[in-house]
Write a protein that binds this ligand. Structure first.
Ligand code: ADP
Ligand code: MG
Length: 260
């Protein structure tokens, strides 16, 4: 592959909430087969960006183009159809229906697109098995571990054949071992099949597994990590939003120092 067309393109995205700026003139091109990590402090606009790219949130101005469709020009019904048919979602939690079993949760994504229950459950079972959940099809979500539930969410996000998966802190509630496991499954199920992953994470070890990392800082998206908070004046409230958590070890410090 020498040339490639972006599957997702954002131009000059802006979004305010009251006086706060969540997105400040964001441009982004995402290519098929990429896995793009978006990092940044809490409140920096990561979720707003993900939701705007995915047609969940409408920007105040700017455009999002998905495979030739101007998502921002669609009405809510059209956007909802696009999300159901073309996009998959994996969030930290809360996307699965707790009253339903694993297989029902996955099959539901297909049934909402008009696939019969029988066919939907067949495809759902295959995805669950592919993700190591054979034998757990009939468990309700509460009867699964956090990592297993996230695998169900991955199956649900990909059973429809969605070409892009949007993931918001998909490993945020998991221990580091399970996180690595789930991240491997998510990458296999998306970029590993030529599909695209756009992922928000606080975790540099998760971001390091993606093909590219971008950084949000006060609504501005940049390929360059903001200065590390340790370099900011100590105890100066005007130093503003910090980037890495202050407590705990600084994992993979070389990733920060080594950014261009
Ligand atoms: P992140 O995901 O990086 O933590 P968000 O995108 O959730 O950041 O939020 C960015 C900014 O926009 C924050 O200041 C947040 O308080 C504000 N914000 C986000 N969603 C809303 C909303 N629905 N109503 C008001 N303010 C919001
Ligand atoms: Mg968020």
């Amino acid at each position: 592959m020498t040339t490639s067309t972006a599957i997702l393109g954002a131009r000059s995205l802006a979004k305010r909430y009251g006086a706060g700026i969540a997105l400040n003139n964001v441009d982004l091109d995402v290519f098929p087969g990429e896995s793009v990590a978006i990092m940044g402090a809490s409140g920096s606009g990561k979720t707003t960006l993900l939701h705007t790219l995915a047609g969940i949130t409408a920007p105040d101005s700017g455009t999002v183009n998905y495979a030739g469709t101007d998502v921002t020009a669609l009405n809510e019904t059209q956007r909802s159809k696009l999300r159901r048919e073309s996009f998959g979602f994996v969030f930290q939690s809360g996307l699965l229906v707790p009253e339903l079993t694993a297989i029902e949760n996955v099959a539901l994504a297909l049934m909402l697109n008009g696939v019969s229950r029988r066919d939907a459950e067949g495809q759902a079972a295959a995805w669950l098995a592919h993700l190591g959940l054979a034998g757990m099809e009939s468990r309700r979500i509460g009867e699964l571990s956090g990592g297993q539930a996230q695998r169900v969410a991955i199956a649900r996000a990909q059973v429809t054949g969605a070409r892009i998966v949007f993931a918001d802190e998909p490993t945020g509630a998991l221990d580091s071992h399970t996180s690595a496991d789930v991240m491997g499954a998510l990458l296999d199920a998306t970029a590993g099949r030529g599909h695209t992953l756009v992922l928000v994470t606080h975790d540099p070890t998760v971001a390091a597994r993606c093909s590219r990392t971008l950084y949000m800082h006060d609504g501005v998206l940049s390929p360059v990590a903001p200065a590390r908070p340790a370099l900011a004046p100590q105890g100066n409230p005007a130093a503003g939003t910090t980037f890495l958590p202050q407590a705990g070890p600084a994992p993979q410090e070389q990733n920060w120092a080594g950014r261009p």
